[in-house]
Write a protein that binds this ligand. Structure first.
Ligand SMILES: [Zn+2]
Ligand SMILES: [Zn+2]
Ligand SMILES: [Zn+2]
Ligand SMILES: [Zn+2]
Ligand SMILES: [Zn+2]
Ligand SMILES: [Zn+2]
Ligand SMILES: [Zn+2]
Length: 1754
């Protein structure tokens, strides 16, 4: 750092470092005017330390400031060396029991749902884990920053306020002890002095507004002439705008501009230029000019550098104060005292006041700094918290106004501290009574909403953008009001009553401004031109919903308050309705001899509003009167006589009629805004204080008036009065065919009206209306939701209203009404309704939407049919009304309703087309059912001798009166029972008649009450009908079942591929491969099956037929025929990697010949197993390409596959593919020649092969030495001594058809291109190596999966895998036929030389650095190029066997060298087994060859065990390899797991069971080979500990271990800061599940350049960690992220579930989440199977929006 400074600056530093803190403090102690002394010191030194250049040097500044400025203060404060002084203070301190930890952004916080007083009470993780709440129901969220832990605050918790750490020692519990007693007088005095000066200094300088001049006390005579151009943050301009502007204004690079912008955004300001005034001014004007076009310009100031210096130190000082008070509660108290001490200017002049009042003028960084200081001082001291709360309340109006006009987010405003103060119950109560806080908040709120209409109501319609912005900010005041009300008082004082009621008054004023706002008029003729604004009003309503409910809750707690509130509310309602009956003459309505007067009003013609909060509040209070029984206890105190029922019902009724008319289509021309309003009116977010209360208000009104009168008024408002008051209206109506629309409309209105009557009588589940409690209400909601369908917990929560604590009360009752069904590997846990609850189902439940109602009806009828019950859905038995509402039931037996019902039944009986509807009839039947249930209840519950006045049965038995003389309702029902057109309602009518009879019986048995006349016939009729009905019902059931099955079948066909994708794939795979004859079908049942070598079991090759999925033609797989291919996907892989830091640096020069045993970069090939003709595929791919080109021209859209990279989707299963593999017969059989001679043993064979290689090398050397002289060449060759029978000039004939050859090249090139990430080049000598490598790697990865899952090696492998491995192996074996022979021979030579040293190859890796399986595969597959020119009679099989034995031995040596390190101390007896003795001997040999560098001799038992375990994976891979290569079926033992496979494996592979025998049999050559291997320098280095080596068996890679509890991940992520922007918190911390790295994703700061493009941290990480593919967990979102390449990605459901079996993507619900191991294993399996890319492909095909996401920026 020092080197970057100019020399001059360094000199200053030196002089500064010579300052002595002790001396300065000493001087201060002597000073008479301490303030002046300190200020002079600061004036002199601060500008020397801070702001010495264009860029800050925070470390240096901090160091110097500590030394020169803060050090003296600490000395002064302590009176001694602070390194001793502070610890002393700390020891003497008795720490507070408050935790007070201030949360960082993203830190997890916990709230106990059982014990927290309100949801804002939270604990930090540490406190939570040490508290009793960890076993309670809790919620977990991530903090947005700010706020602190409430542990230890006894007011925040109903129980367990302390965690173990903060638990107080009860004996010392003296709450109000003064913390100053722990400090000495001296310390108190000095602290007071220094705090007073420094705090004042900080406040003064931070709130200083002049740009060019310091406070007089800080002014220096000589001043430098340097300035800063300071750029401030605002929330108007975007990041991009700021970056662009800066590049222009100060000529910086984009990177620098990003840096500036990031700091401005974080700290609130940053100097962007340093120099003289002119220079800075110039930059300022450019910035202002550039940003002032559309908006107000960015704030820029040219500030003198010394001001900036002092301000920077001011900030430092605040954080210093925060640290110092951490040592002692006494110091903290002194600071509070200093801060709140009133200044010279009286009221509001304390330092704390001054800071708060200039909050909106400060920049972000300064604000958060002092807010934090407030939190750690004022809010942590119980005494001063109260005083601070009062200051805060006194300044409340001003602070809020500042906030509303400011543009920063609320978290950066001091107004946000309200949550810390108002939610403390005792403070809230105090502020209400002493500072009249409720009234203040409401008034402040109203002051900001000045826009009113002529009636004084809010008007949002013509809001400007600025007003809308203000409106959004002002809503936070409602939140404050909610905080104040959230904890309800347990005791009421007179002051509290008084102030609460005063606040209630203010609140009523607010509601009054809402009553009737946004009125609407029905649009006739033309459609409205512009959708009117409606959202603002609803936002207000929604935000106020909880406040309104809480107001009622408060009122409910005190009878006096309730009575007063009721009176006030009624008075305001009457004010609102003044002039309600003015104007027009009243009209008189008459039906059935009843008559009533009402006003003339038509909803469809006049103004109507949905907003009636005053009426609704009164309804709420009225219910409370009933619930609390105040209505009966103090009737004389209530203004009940003033109530005018018609007035009460008028507006709610209009609102409900409006809904009905909208539903009837009468308001279509009013557009969507009305539809939306109606929707929200009923929606779960609003209905509690809207729709529900309107129903209650109507119930209130009806219970106080004659039901006949009510019904007539209702008919009139529904505009249906004419229809029902004119007896033959219906008849006349039906003849007027021309008015079809009007008839329809009226039908709907009648239906709606009947529905309303059903609701008024049936909705008695609000406590106070009916005799129920709150749990009955919630139970009923749940029952009705689950009647629609089984639901997940979160779905159910969403459908229930939440209270202000975000609780639905559901947990308490759900067990009683539902069963929980756990989730499987996918899907969610579900709640199902208990069958016994079905009887409580009410088809006309008032919270059903229309869609829900019909779904529920269908579901319930289906259930009944399944239970073989009749399908009637009669109304449930209801709880009785509370006395205040009891008279409501009389609607059911009122004359007008009976008349309405009779009329409708009459229409149905006459059945004349469209004058009536089935729903209408259904509702009438329901109403009749309700009345019958009611009467039955009355009879059953009636006391002896008590006269039941509810006589519905009697009334419906009577025929209608003159003039129409209609039959009785009962008679009409009987008629309808046989009506063929009412089949669906028969069950219900039968139920009604049955119930009617039952009631009659009760009446008969109990008394001599009048008997209906027609009963006899009913009985007969109904029993006669019974048989017929039963038969019919059964027929119906059968028909429905048939229909259902048919429907299901066609549905299934339609969705088959979508929903049963996996199943579908499997069946198709079965189809595809059943046509292919598997060559491991038991042809040979001999037990001694041998896979390779001269003794290989001979198989008669089966002919293989396959069907092309494109043309459906069948073809045999033949050598000379056209090629058949499998769709395949080649990808690079690090799944098996043991070294994730390694990747291919320079692909053009990379030599892949030898695979390192760390398997760091493999090439994997997968296939969906679908077969096509090569030419069919070619045609398909061409068309995909052409289509893509056309599409790209039209619109540049991404697809889930990248055609330019050769990608396509399998035409059958849409699996992502990028090449094809040809299907081949076992290639060895084609090249095998008959062998006559004896086969050589290993030594002989090695010698022969070595000679052949040497000859080839010599030939090649000769060839390259003299290319031109070809004749000479020939001579030279002749001179060479060729081994016997070796003919290097022989070129074998390629047996394959052109088409197959082409496909061999295609797939080979694809492997090369993808594996090395290079441009395709089929001539490159590395192509064959990549093919062998992919074959070896794929086999290894499958062997791993099988072992990990404990599956047998040759068990039932999925067909697609089996097909893929077979084709891949055979392809790799045949590939040499399309490459230059000499290239492959060259490879073979080098490969061979790695085991059998050869002079001309010296740069080869030592055996520690070779993966032996890759070596085996390469050698075996390259060998034919040598063998084909060898006519000495050595067979391919012999070569294979010798290669295999040689490599196996090398592997054993490799294992002995690397893997015998651990011996688990078990003293084994002397080795007895043959193997143990042999391996011990071998070990000794190696020991000898390594120059005894190998550690001493372990036991033979241990060695043998190690060798066996280490070599096992290799043997298994080899078995798979030779099986697929040669087609010899595996012995049946392999197909079952668990058996001791070792011997079978050895037999199958033609190995001795004692592997060490191989060495003994070939000791002649092996000893020299072992020696050459061990003498290698690398081996020596390894044994001497200078390097590492892989040991065997290699362990499988696993995804990282995830914690059980999700919150520990959140915690881990919250401690993670962006690695690039110095300690900043990362916004989207993302965890790599492969290696555990935490990354700063989705953010500018961590973008890096990759192949010329800017990519986010995750994409960049995938390139190193997963060679392009990655599996991540986005910690804040709780979401798994799959990435592949730059353009592909998808989200996947996380392996964390809550107790209800649901994931919480986005962490919105906050239920505790636990790791689901099965789901995590599933993700790991996807990874192991290399299926991540495939999964992304399927997800993107299913959801096109995923394609558009810029995955590379994550
Ligand atoms: Zn805590
Ligand atoms: Zn604690
Ligand atoms: Zn608890
Ligand atoms: Zn075909
Ligand atoms: Zn496929
Ligand atoms: Zn990683
Ligand atoms: Zn970052």
């Amino acid at each position: 750092m020092a080197s970057e400074l100019e020399p001059e600056v360094q000199a200053i530093d030196r002089s500064l470092l010579e300052c002595s803190a002790e001396e300065i403090a000493g001087k201060w102690l002597q000073a008479t005017d301490l303030t002046r002394e300190v200020y002079q010191h600061l004036a002199h030194y601060v500008p020397q330390i801070y702001c010495r250049g264009p860029n800050p040097f925070p470390q240096k500044e901090d160091m110097l400031a500590q030394h020169v400025l803060l050090g003296p203060m600490e000395w002064y404060l302590c009176g001694e060396d602070p390194t001793f002084g502070f610890p002393k203070l700390e020891q003497a301190n008795k720490p507070s029991h408050l935790c007070g930890r201030v949360f960082k952004v993203g830190e997890p916080t916990y709230s106990c749902r059982d014990c927290a007083v309100d949801p804002t009470c939270v604990l930090c993780m540490e406190c939570f884990l040490g508290s009793i709440h960890r076993d309670h129901r809790y919620r977990m969220t991530t903090s947005g920053g700010g706020g602190f832990c409430d542990c230890g605050d006894i007011e925040a918790w109903k129980e367990g306020p302390y965690c173990q750490k903060h638990d107080l020692n009860t004996s010392e519990n003296e709450e109000e002890e003064d913390p100053l007693v722990h400090l000495s007088e001296d310390v108190i005095a000095r602290t007071y002095n220094i705090f007073a000066i420094m705090f004042r200094y900080a406040v003064e300088i931070l709130t200083w507004e002049k740009e060019n001049e310091l406070p007089a006390e800080l002014e220096l005579e000589e001043q430098s002439d340097t300035y800063y151009c300071m750029l401030f943050n605002d929330e108007v301009h975007t990041y991009e705008q700021v970056i662009y502007t800066l590049q222009k204004a100060v000529n910086c690079t984009q990177k620098e501009a990003i840096g500036f912008a990031t700091t401005v955004d974080r700290d609130g300001r940053r100097s962007v230029r340093y120099g003289d005034f002119q220079y800075c001014e110039q930059a300022k004007s450019v910035i202002v000019r550039n940003t002032s076009r559309q908006t107000k310009p960015l704030k820029v100031q040219v500030m003198h550098s010394s001001i900036v210096a002092h301000q920077n130190f001011g900030l430092k000082l605040l954080s210093w104060l925060g640290n110092v008070i951490g040592y002692s509660d006494g110091l903290r108290r002194i600071l509070c005292q200093v801060g709140l001490q009133e200044g010279p200017d009286g009221e509001s002049s304390s330092l704390v006041d001054r800071l708060m009042l200039s909050d909106s003028k400060l920049w972000k960084g300064a604000r958060s700094m002092y807010h934090q200081l407030f939190m750690s001082s004022l809010l942590m001291d119980l005494k001063y918290k109260k005083l601070f709360a009062i200051r805060f309340a006194k300044n409340y109006e001003r602070l809020q106004s500042d906030y509303v006009t400011d543009d920063h987010d609320r978290e950066f405003s001091v107004a946000d501290l309200s949550v810390q103060i108002f939610t403390v119950p005792s403070l809230a109560r105090m502020l209400i009574t002493e500072e009249n806080l409720m009234t203040t908040i409401i008034k402040t709120f109203m002051d900001h909403l000045r826009h009113r209409d002529s009636q004084g109501r809010f008007q949002f319609e013509r809001y400007t953008a600025l007003q809308a912005f203000k409106f959004r900010r002002v809503q936070s005041l409602i939140l404050d009001l909610k905080y104040v009300l959230i904890s309800k008082p347990t005791e009421w004082s007179d002051e509290l009553r008084e102030k609460f009621l005063e606040g209630f008054d203010a609140f009523l004023e607010l509601l009054k401004c809402m009553q009737g706002m946004d009125p609407i008029t029905r649009q006739v003729g033309q459609h409205i031109e512009m959708e009117p604004e409606w959202e603002a009003a609803f936002t207000l309503q929604m935000k106020l919903t909880h406040v309104i409910s809480m107001m009622q809750d408060w009122c409910a707690l005190d009878e006096k308050v309730l009575i007063e509130a009721y009176k006030k509310c009624l008075a305001v309602l009457m004010q609102c309705h003044g002039g309600f009956t003015d104007g027009e003459q009243p009209i008189t309505l008459n039906i059935c001899g009843h008559s009533v007067e009402t006003i003339r009003y038509c909803v469809s013609q006049e103004k109507v509003s949905i907003h009636l909060p005053v009426s609704r509040l009164l309804a709420g209070l009225h219910v409370l009167l009933s619930k609390s029984e105040v209505a009966y206890k103090f009737p004389e105190l209530l203004p009940l006589s003033e109530l005018s029922p018609p007035m009460l019902i008028e507006h709610p009724l209009r609102c409900l009629v409006l809904c009905a008319q909208v539903h009837a289509g009468m308001w279509r021309r009013n557009g969507f805004s009305l539809v939306n309003q109606i929707y929200y009116y009923h929606n779960v977010k609003c209905r509690r204080e809207m729709f529900d209360k309107d129903i209650i208000m109507l119930q209130t009104g009806v219970s106080m008036m004659d039901p006949n009168h009510f019904l007539m008024i209702m008919l009139s408002r529904f505009e249906l009065y004419q229809i029902f008051s004119t007896p033959d209206y219906g008849k006349r109506f039906s003849s007027e065919i021309t008015h079809k629309d009007v008839v329809q409309q009226n039908n709907t209105l009648i239906e709606e009206m009947l529905y309303l009557i059903i609701m008024l009588v049936g909705e008695r589940f609000s406590p106070g209306v009916g005799q129920v409690d709150a749990t009955d209400e919630i139970k009923r909601e749940i029952i009705h939701q689950l009647s629609i369908k089984p639901m997940a917990h979160s779905e159910l929560v969403k459908s229930l209203p939440e209270d202000e604590n975000k609780e639905t009360g559901m947990e308490g009752v759900i067990e009683a009404v539902a069963h929980f069904k756990k989730p499987g590997l996918t899907g969610r846990g579900m709640y199902e309704l208990k069958p016994e609850c079905a009887k409580e189902f009410n088809l006309y439940f008032y919270h059903f939407s229309r869609a829900e109602q019909s779904k529920a009806e269908e579901a319930q009828r289906k259930l009944k049919r399944q239970n073989r019950e009749d399908t009637a859905l009669p109304p449930p038995v209801l709880p009785p009304f509370c006395p205040l509402f009891a008279s409501l039931v009389n609607i059911l037996q009122s004359d007008v309703l009976l008349c309405i019902m009779r009329t409708i039944l009459q229409w149905a009986v006459e059945h004349n087309g469209y004058a009536w509807s089935e729903s209408m009839l259904q509702r009438v039947l329901h109403l009749i059912g309700m009345a019958l249930q009611e009467e039955k209840q009355h009879l059953e519950n009636a006391m002896e001798e008590h006269v039941v006045t509810f006589t519905f049965t009697q009334k419906i038995s009577k025929p209608g009166e003159a003039p129409n003389n209609s039959p009785s309702i009962l008679a009409m029902l009987e008629t309808l029972q046989n009506a063929p057109y009412l089949e669906v309602h028969k069950d219900m009518i039968r139920w009604i008649l049955k119930t009617f009879n039952a009631i009659k019986k009760i009446r008969e048995s109990s008394s001599t009450s009048p008997v209906a006349e027609t009963e006899g016939t009913i009985m007969e009729e109904s029993s006669r009908d019974k048989d017929k009905a039963e038969r019919k019902r059964k027929a119906e059931i059968a028909r429905l079942r048939r229909e259902k099955i048919m429907a299901q079948m066609s549905e299934m066909q339609r969705h088959f591929i979508d929903e049963n994708k996996e199943l579908f794939q499997q069946t198709l795979e079965l189809d595809a491969s059943s046509s292919a004859v598997l060559d491991n079908s038991p042809v040979v049942s001999d037990k001694t099956l041998i896979a390779l070598g001269p003794a290989k079991t001979q198989i008669s090759e089966q002919r293989q037929f396959v069907t092309c999925i494109l043309c459906q033609e069948e073809q045999e797989v033949k050598v000379e025929d056209s090629a058949m291919v499998l769709a395949a996907f080649v990808q690079r892989s690090t799944v098996l990697s043991k070294n994730r830091n390694k990747f291919i640096q320079d692909p053009e020069k990379y030599d892949p010949l030898f695979m390192h045993p760390d398997l760091s970069c493999g090439t994997h090939t997968g296939s969906c197993g679908h077969v096509m003709h090569a030419h069919c595929w070619q045609r398909y791919f061409d068309s995909v390409q052409a289509k893509e080109q056309r599409r790209q021209q039209r619109l540049r859209l991404h697809t889930s596959y990248d055609v330019e990279n050769g990608e396509f989707l399998c035409p059958l299963c849409e699996c992502l593919s990028n090449t094809v593999i040809p299907l081949l017969l076992p290639p060895r059989n084609i090249f095998n020649r008959l062998n006559f001679s004896d086969q050589p043993n290993l030594s002989q064979w090695i010698r022969t092969v070595s000679q052949q290689i040497k000859a080839l090398q010599a030939l090649r050397k000769a060839g390259s030495a003299s290319d031109t002289a070809s004749s000479k060449n020939v001579e030279k060759v002749n001179e060479l001594q060729l081994p016997e029978g070796f003919r290097p000039d022989f070129q074998p004939k390629n047996p394959y058809s052109e088409s197959i050859k082409e496909m061999l090249t295609t797939f080979g090139t694809a492997t090369y291109k993808v594996g090395l990430k290079v441009h395709p080049n089929e001539e490159d000598p590395r192509v064959p190596i990549m093919c062998w490598g992919s074959c070896a790697y794929t086999i290894q990865s499958i062997e791993r999966i099988l072992s990990d899952e404990d599956k047998p090696l040759f068990g039932p492998l999925p067909c697609r895998l089996d097909d893929c491995l077979r084709s891949l192996t055979r392809f790799a074996a045949a590939h040499w036929t399309v490459v230059s022979l000499s290239v492959v021979q060259g490879h073979f030579g080098r490969l061979f030389a790695s085991l059998v040293p050869n002079d001309s190859h010296e740069d080869l890796p030592c055996i520690l650095d070779i993966d032996m399986f890759h070596l085996l595969v390469s050698l075996v597959l390259a060998f034919p190029t040598l063998q084909c020119q060898d006519f000495s009679g050595i067979s391919l099989g012999t070569g294979d066997l010798h290669i295999f034995h040689l490599v196996t031995m090398a592997h054993i040596v490799q294992i002995l060298l690397t893997s015998c390190t651990e011996e688990n101390g078990m003293d084994q007896e002397n080795p007895t087994g043959e193997e143990e003795l042999a391996v011990l001997a071998l070990y000794k040999t190696i020991h000898q060859y390594t120059g005894s560098a190998l550690r001493g001799t372990p036991s033979g038992w241990h060695l043998w065990r190690t060798v066996k375990a280490g070599v096992m994976p290799f043997l298994k891979c080899s078995a798979l390899f030779f099986h697929y290569l040669n087609g010899v079926p595996p012995p049946p033992d392999f197909q079952a797991s668990g058996t001791n496979n070792f011997e079978h494996l050895c037999n199958y592979l033609s190995l001795p069971n004692n592997l060490i025998c191989l060495f003994q049999e070939n000791s002649e050559i092996m000893n020299s080979l072992i020696e050459s291997w061990c003498r290698n320098n690398e081996v020596r280095r390894y044994l001497e500990g200078e390097r590492d080596a892989i040991s065997y068996p290699r362990e499988s890679n696993k995804l990282i271990d995830l914690p059980e509890d999700y919150s520990s991940l959140i915690n881990q992520a919250s401690n993670f800061s962006c690695p690039k922007s110095g300690g900043d918190k990362s916004r989207a911390p993302t965890l790599c599940l492969v290696c555990g790295a935490l990354l700063c994703s989705q953010s500018y700061c961590c973008q890096t350049e990759l192949e010329g493009e800017d990519v986010g941290a995750c994409t960049a990480h995938t390139y190193s960690c997963g060679s392009g593919a990655g599996i991540f967990l986005r910690v804040r979102e709780c979401q798994v992220l799959f990435l592949a390449g730059k353009t592909k990605g998808c989200f996947y459901s996380p392996p964390y579930l809550d107790d209800y079996g649901e994931t919480d993507q986005g962490l919105r619900r906050g239920n505790p989440l636990r790791l689901c191991r099965e789901r995590f294993r599933k993700i790991q399996k996807l990874w192991h199977q290399h299926s991540v890319t495939e999964e992304i492909g399927h997800a993107q095909e299913a959801n096109q929006t995923l394609v558009g996401i810029d995955w590379q920026h994550l």
